[in-house]
Design a protein around this ligand. Structure first.
Ligand SMILES: Nc1ncnc2c1ncn2[C@@H]1O[C@H](COP(=O)(O)OP(=O)(O)OP(=O)(O)O)[C@@H](O)[C@H]1O
Length: 255
Protein backbone atom coordinates (compact mmCIF):
# COMPACT_ATOMS: atom_id res chain seq x y z
CA UNK A 1 0.00 0.00 0.00
CA UNK A 2 1.34 3.45 -0.90
CA UNK A 3 0.39 6.84 0.59
CA UNK A 4 -1.74 7.34 -2.53
CA UNK A 5 -3.79 4.13 -2.23
CA UNK A 6 -4.19 4.00 1.56
CA UNK A 7 -7.11 5.70 3.28
CA UNK A 8 -4.73 6.95 5.96
CA UNK A 9 -0.95 7.04 5.78
CA UNK A 10 1.10 8.45 8.65
CA UNK A 11 4.84 8.55 8.32
CA UNK A 12 7.32 9.39 11.13
CA UNK A 13 4.88 11.77 12.82
CA UNK A 14 6.47 13.52 15.80
CA UNK A 15 4.98 16.39 17.72
CA UNK A 16 5.73 18.53 20.77
CA UNK A 17 3.24 20.97 22.30
CA UNK A 18 4.34 24.61 22.60
CA UNK A 19 5.30 24.04 26.26
CA UNK A 20 7.88 21.53 25.01
CA UNK A 21 5.97 18.38 26.02
CA UNK A 22 6.74 15.74 23.38
CA UNK A 23 3.50 13.80 22.77
CA UNK A 24 4.38 11.79 19.63
CA UNK A 25 7.75 10.26 18.75
CA UNK A 26 7.77 9.12 15.12
CA UNK A 27 4.46 7.34 14.55
CA UNK A 28 3.99 5.22 11.39
CA UNK A 29 0.50 3.96 10.59
CA UNK A 30 -1.18 2.87 7.38
CA UNK A 31 -4.90 2.06 7.19
CA UNK A 32 -6.46 0.58 4.07
CA UNK A 33 -9.78 1.70 2.59
CA UNK A 34 -12.70 0.19 4.47
CA UNK A 35 -10.62 -1.10 7.38
CA UNK A 36 -11.88 -0.62 10.94
CA UNK A 37 -9.03 -0.04 13.35
CA UNK A 38 -9.16 0.58 17.10
CA UNK A 39 -6.62 3.02 18.53
CA UNK A 40 -5.96 1.89 22.10
CA UNK A 41 -3.66 3.16 24.78
CA UNK A 42 -3.52 4.44 28.35
CA UNK A 43 -4.38 8.01 29.39
CA UNK A 44 -1.81 10.43 28.03
CA UNK A 45 -0.55 8.03 25.35
CA UNK A 46 -1.01 10.59 22.56
CA UNK A 47 -4.21 9.26 20.95
CA UNK A 48 -5.99 12.63 20.85
CA UNK A 49 -2.82 14.35 19.69
CA UNK A 50 -2.60 11.84 16.82
CA UNK A 51 -6.27 12.29 15.87
CA UNK A 52 -5.94 16.09 15.85
CA UNK A 53 -3.20 15.73 13.24
CA UNK A 54 -5.51 13.88 10.86
CA UNK A 55 -7.49 16.96 9.89
CA UNK A 56 -4.85 19.57 10.56
CA UNK A 57 -6.20 20.91 13.88
CA UNK A 58 -2.67 20.31 15.14
CA UNK A 59 0.34 20.66 12.88
CA UNK A 60 3.84 21.93 12.75
CA UNK A 61 5.53 18.75 13.93
CA UNK A 62 7.77 16.44 11.92
CA UNK A 63 6.57 13.75 9.53
CA UNK A 64 3.66 13.43 7.13
CA UNK A 65 -0.01 12.51 7.13
CA UNK A 66 -1.89 11.66 3.93
CA UNK A 67 -5.65 11.13 3.66
CA UNK A 68 -6.50 9.18 0.50
CA UNK A 69 -3.31 10.46 -1.05
CA UNK A 70 -3.79 14.10 -0.11
CA UNK A 71 -1.17 15.55 2.26
CA UNK A 72 -2.64 17.15 5.39
CA UNK A 73 -1.52 20.75 5.31
CA UNK A 74 -2.63 24.28 4.79
CA UNK A 75 -3.21 24.21 1.00
CA UNK A 76 -5.74 21.35 1.27
CA UNK A 77 -7.35 21.94 4.65
CA UNK A 78 -10.94 22.40 3.42
CA UNK A 79 -10.84 19.15 1.42
CA UNK A 80 -9.00 17.31 4.23
CA UNK A 81 -11.68 18.36 6.73
CA UNK A 82 -14.37 17.01 4.42
CA UNK A 83 -12.48 13.72 4.05
CA UNK A 84 -11.84 13.25 7.77
CA UNK A 85 -15.03 13.07 9.80
CA UNK A 86 -14.40 13.27 13.52
CA UNK A 87 -17.20 12.31 15.91
CA UNK A 88 -16.27 13.77 19.28
CA UNK A 89 -17.06 12.10 22.56
CA UNK A 90 -19.62 14.73 23.55
CA UNK A 91 -22.34 15.06 20.87
CA UNK A 92 -23.20 18.50 22.23
CA UNK A 93 -19.88 19.73 20.80
CA UNK A 94 -21.35 19.04 17.35
CA UNK A 95 -25.03 19.93 17.71
CA UNK A 96 -25.96 23.59 17.94
CA UNK A 97 -28.86 24.21 15.51
CA UNK A 98 -32.62 24.43 16.35
CA UNK A 99 -33.47 21.10 14.68
CA UNK A 100 -31.82 17.80 13.86
CA UNK A 101 -32.35 18.50 10.15
CA UNK A 102 -30.59 21.89 10.42
CA UNK A 103 -27.64 20.33 12.22
CA UNK A 104 -27.19 17.61 9.61
CA UNK A 105 -27.67 20.10 6.75
CA UNK A 106 -25.15 22.58 8.17
CA UNK A 107 -22.00 21.03 6.67
CA UNK A 108 -23.23 20.29 3.15
CA UNK A 109 -25.08 23.63 2.97
CA UNK A 110 -21.80 25.32 3.89
CA UNK A 111 -20.19 23.38 1.04
CA UNK A 112 -22.79 24.84 -1.37
CA UNK A 113 -25.40 22.08 -1.59
CA UNK A 114 -28.99 23.37 -1.91
CA UNK A 115 -32.59 22.27 -2.49
CA UNK A 116 -33.49 18.67 -3.28
CA UNK A 117 -29.86 17.53 -3.41
CA UNK A 118 -29.32 18.84 0.13
CA UNK A 119 -32.58 17.30 1.40
CA UNK A 120 -31.68 13.93 -0.11
CA UNK A 121 -28.23 13.95 1.51
CA UNK A 122 -29.67 14.87 4.91
CA UNK A 123 -32.38 12.20 4.70
CA UNK A 124 -29.85 9.54 3.65
CA UNK A 125 -27.52 10.43 6.55
CA UNK A 126 -30.35 10.34 9.10
CA UNK A 127 -31.55 7.03 7.64
CA UNK A 128 -28.07 5.53 8.07
CA UNK A 129 -28.16 6.21 11.79
CA UNK A 130 -31.82 5.26 12.28
CA UNK A 131 -32.93 8.83 13.05
CA UNK A 132 -35.03 9.66 9.97
CA UNK A 133 -38.14 10.24 12.08
CA UNK A 134 -36.44 12.88 14.24
CA UNK A 135 -35.54 15.51 11.62
CA UNK A 136 -37.80 18.22 13.05
CA UNK A 137 -36.93 17.67 16.70
CA UNK A 138 -34.62 19.99 18.63
CA UNK A 139 -31.42 18.02 19.33
CA UNK A 140 -31.53 18.96 23.02
CA UNK A 141 -34.85 17.08 23.37
CA UNK A 142 -33.18 13.81 22.36
CA UNK A 143 -31.54 11.22 24.59
CA UNK A 144 -27.76 11.10 24.81
CA UNK A 145 -27.63 8.00 22.61
CA UNK A 146 -29.86 9.65 20.00
CA UNK A 147 -27.73 12.81 20.07
CA UNK A 148 -24.62 10.71 19.49
CA UNK A 149 -26.28 9.17 16.43
CA UNK A 150 -27.25 12.61 15.11
CA UNK A 151 -23.67 13.79 15.66
CA UNK A 152 -22.56 10.79 13.59
CA UNK A 153 -25.04 11.81 10.87
CA UNK A 154 -23.60 15.37 10.78
CA UNK A 155 -20.27 13.76 9.89
CA UNK A 156 -21.56 11.03 7.53
CA UNK A 157 -23.50 13.60 5.51
CA UNK A 158 -20.14 14.98 4.32
CA UNK A 159 -19.33 11.54 2.84
CA UNK A 160 -15.96 11.28 4.59
CA UNK A 161 -13.12 9.04 3.49
CA UNK A 162 -12.35 8.15 7.08
CA UNK A 163 -14.50 8.26 10.18
CA UNK A 164 -12.71 8.95 13.45
CA UNK A 165 -14.69 8.09 16.56
CA UNK A 166 -13.65 9.27 20.01
CA UNK A 167 -14.95 6.84 22.66
CA UNK A 168 -18.15 6.04 20.71
CA UNK A 169 -19.53 3.68 23.37
CA UNK A 170 -19.15 6.02 26.35
CA UNK A 171 -22.35 6.77 28.31
CA UNK A 172 -24.46 4.41 26.21
CA UNK A 173 -26.74 1.80 27.74
CA UNK A 174 -26.31 -1.77 26.46
CA UNK A 175 -29.05 -1.47 23.83
CA UNK A 176 -27.79 1.88 22.49
CA UNK A 177 -24.27 0.48 22.45
CA UNK A 178 -25.36 -2.52 20.38
CA UNK A 179 -27.43 -0.35 18.01
CA UNK A 180 -24.47 1.96 17.43
CA UNK A 181 -22.23 -1.06 16.79
CA UNK A 182 -24.69 -2.30 14.16
CA UNK A 183 -24.73 1.13 12.51
CA UNK A 184 -20.93 1.40 12.50
CA UNK A 185 -20.56 -2.10 11.09
CA UNK A 186 -22.89 -1.22 8.22
CA UNK A 187 -20.95 1.87 7.11
CA UNK A 188 -18.84 1.55 3.97
CA UNK A 189 -16.07 3.81 5.29
CA UNK A 190 -12.68 3.50 6.90
CA UNK A 191 -13.02 3.73 10.69
CA UNK A 192 -10.44 4.71 13.28
CA UNK A 193 -11.96 4.29 16.72
CA UNK A 194 -10.24 5.72 19.80
CA UNK A 195 -11.41 3.80 22.82
CA UNK A 196 -10.70 2.48 26.29
CA UNK A 197 -13.59 0.02 25.82
CA UNK A 198 -11.68 -3.09 24.82
CA UNK A 199 -14.77 -5.31 24.30
CA UNK A 200 -16.16 -2.69 21.90
CA UNK A 201 -12.85 -2.64 20.01
CA UNK A 202 -13.08 -6.42 19.86
CA UNK A 203 -16.62 -6.32 18.56
CA UNK A 204 -16.06 -3.73 15.86
CA UNK A 205 -12.43 -3.63 14.81
CA UNK A 206 -10.59 -6.60 13.33
CA UNK A 207 -7.32 -4.66 13.81
CA UNK A 208 -6.03 -2.67 16.77
CA UNK A 209 -3.08 -0.39 17.33
CA UNK A 210 -1.72 0.35 20.80
CA UNK A 211 -0.18 3.77 21.30
CA UNK A 212 1.79 4.22 24.51
CA UNK A 213 4.17 6.99 25.47
CA UNK A 214 3.80 8.57 22.03
CA UNK A 215 4.90 5.47 20.08
CA UNK A 216 3.03 2.55 18.52
CA UNK A 217 3.92 -0.48 20.60
CA UNK A 218 1.62 -3.04 18.96
CA UNK A 219 -0.35 -3.31 15.72
CA UNK A 220 -2.23 -6.47 14.79
CA UNK A 221 -5.43 -8.48 14.97
CA UNK A 222 -7.49 -7.23 17.92
CA UNK A 223 -8.00 -10.72 19.28
CA UNK A 224 -4.24 -11.38 19.36
CA UNK A 225 -3.50 -8.11 21.13
CA UNK A 226 -6.28 -8.52 23.66
CA UNK A 227 -5.27 -12.07 24.54
CA UNK A 228 -1.70 -10.94 25.29
CA UNK A 229 -2.05 -10.30 29.03
CA UNK A 230 1.55 -9.17 29.42
CA UNK A 231 1.20 -6.59 26.60
CA UNK A 232 -2.02 -5.22 28.11
CA UNK A 233 -0.52 -5.01 31.58
CA UNK A 234 2.61 -3.23 30.34
CA UNK A 235 0.46 -0.52 28.74
CA UNK A 236 -2.12 -0.16 31.50
CA UNK A 237 -4.94 -1.71 29.46
CA UNK A 238 -7.46 -3.84 31.31
CA UNK A 239 -10.23 -6.09 30.13
CA UNK A 240 -13.46 -6.00 32.17
CA UNK A 241 -13.60 -8.68 34.83
CA UNK A 242 -14.72 -11.96 33.34
CA UNK A 243 -14.39 -10.86 29.70
CA UNK A 244 -12.64 -13.49 27.62
CA UNK A 245 -11.54 -12.07 24.25
CA UNK A 246 -10.86 -15.53 22.86
CA UNK A 247 -14.46 -16.57 23.56
CA UNK A 248 -15.99 -13.19 22.70
CA UNK A 249 -14.86 -13.24 19.11
CA UNK A 250 -16.99 -16.29 18.41
CA UNK A 251 -20.13 -14.44 19.46
CA UNK A 252 -19.57 -11.48 17.12
CA UNK A 253 -22.29 -11.49 14.54
CA UNK A 254 -21.14 -11.73 10.91
CA UNK A 255 -21.55 -8.62 8.80
N1 LIG B 1 -2.20 21.43 25.00
C1 LIG B 1 -1.26 20.66 25.55
N2 LIG B 1 -0.10 21.19 25.99
C2 LIG B 1 0.87 20.41 26.54
N3 LIG B 1 0.78 19.07 26.68
C3 LIG B 1 -0.36 18.49 26.25
C4 LIG B 1 -1.43 19.24 25.68
N4 LIG B 1 -2.44 18.39 25.37
C5 LIG B 1 -2.01 17.16 25.73
N5 LIG B 1 -0.77 17.22 26.26
C6 LIG B 1 0.04 16.11 26.77
O1 LIG B 1 0.36 15.26 25.67
C7 LIG B 1 0.30 13.89 26.07
C8 LIG B 1 -0.68 13.15 25.16
O2 LIG B 1 -1.99 13.64 25.45
P1 LIG B 1 -3.26 13.11 24.64
O3 LIG B 1 -4.42 13.93 25.06
O4 LIG B 1 -2.94 13.05 23.18
O5 LIG B 1 -3.38 11.62 25.22
P2 LIG B 1 -4.57 10.56 25.04
O6 LIG B 1 -3.92 9.27 24.68
O7 LIG B 1 -5.61 11.08 24.14
O8 LIG B 1 -5.12 10.46 26.54
P3 LIG B 1 -6.60 10.13 27.11
O9 LIG B 1 -6.80 8.66 26.95
O10 LIG B 1 -6.47 10.51 28.55
O11 LIG B 1 -7.60 10.97 26.38
C9 LIG B 1 -0.09 13.88 27.55
O12 LIG B 1 1.07 13.74 28.30
C10 LIG B 1 -0.73 15.24 27.76
O13 LIG B 1 -0.52 15.70 29.08
Amino acid sequence: MTPATASLHISRLAFAYPDGHQALFGVDLTVARGERVALLGPNGAGKTTLVLHLNGILGGGAGEVHIAGLPVGRPHLAEIRRRVGIVFQDPDDQLFMPTVRDDVAFGPAGAGLRGDALDARVTAALDRVGMAGYADRPPHHLSFGQRRRVALATVLVMEPEILVLDEPSSNLDPAARRELADILRSLPVTVLMVTHDLPYAMELCPRSVILSGGVIVADGPTRELLTDAELLHRHRLELPYGFDPAAAVRTVRPR
